[in-house]
Write a protein that binds this ligand. Sequence first.
Ligand code: 3PG
Length: 389
Amino acid sequence: VLRMSDLDLKGKRVLIREDLNVPVKDGKITSDVRIQASLPTIKLALEKGAKVMVMSHRGRPTEGVLTEKDSMALIADYLNELLDVPVRLVSEYLDGVEVEQGEVVVFENVRCNVGEKTNDERLSKMYADLCDVFVNDAFGTAHRAQASTHGVAKFAPVACAGPLLAGELEALGKALDNPARPMVAIVGGSKVSTKLTVLESLSTVVDQLIVGGGIANTFIAATDKPVGKSLCENDLIPEAKRLIEQAKAKGGEIPVPVDVVTGKEFAEDAAAETKSVDDVADDDMIFDIGPRSAQHLAEVLKEAKTIVWNGPVGVFEFDQFGAGTEAISKAIAESDAFSIAGGGDTLAAVDKYGIKDKVSYISTGGGAFLEFLEGKELPAVAILEERAK
Ligand code: 3PG
């Protein structure tokens, strides 16, 4: 694909699509990873003398209505703090917008525009008309074929990838296309059903596939051990069995926890008990892997040359069930493997255990990261490739 860094942008109207869809709680941004990741791109466009416009979606609002809760205002304010040029939020931009060199214009939430989600041609052309160069830098939204990610790239005079998007594709490609081995993937999270395809595709390429969280419970059940009242998808036990066999057949392994930490209720103050997987009682819920399992996984990670991490292995937001995820974090931090972490919960764990600088690459993608791991084509990237031909 064409890269923004290779283009002359002097005096050009440059429209950058970022993914600034950041988590917000009580009116405060709780993780600024995506905003920080967009800064080098915005700064580079400014340095190149472009007239810079930035657009993004936020949340999943109803098209045609812009309410305060969906507004980009607090994100624009945040950018204003971080950049040393003025940042101006505009809500009316589809019919044209005046931009000066040396300022950044931020568009209101693109998902409030009618036709955004359906990749409407008319809306796509309106975005395209606003610029001389369209830059897609939104890896986090690259799995969506929408007007601000796909349609605009089709109709803009020039369409290219920004440094963040290009960097993400390069890092993920390095981990997956020709990985240094052993390669280890950690897939945690609550449900097998949402990660079945990623488990499926990773089980054939990695040497060890570590499962954690609720997902691990279904695998524990697949080895005929009791899981009590734990989150477990009974209908997917046969799938879990098949994945274990499939990994084995390819010379890999899906290690199933040998010990676990349980509680009687899902609560911040629930008492934690460590026990062998054979001893899980009928009224127990598994909330973390146990120390023996964590120790084993730490050893596996120590040997790894490539590590891909999506999803915590326990309910780490409650400290008494965080030891497993902490052990995994520390092992990744100490490993000299090329490591990639992605997904909202994973980044929260990376933050909590202070390993941000020790992971080789932090992906800004959630769903997009998973789809990349699944081997799916990302439509917003595909259109840039098409345009580059
Ligand atoms: C994300 O947070 O994963 C992206 O911003 C995409 O958001 P979406 O799932 O609402 O399209």
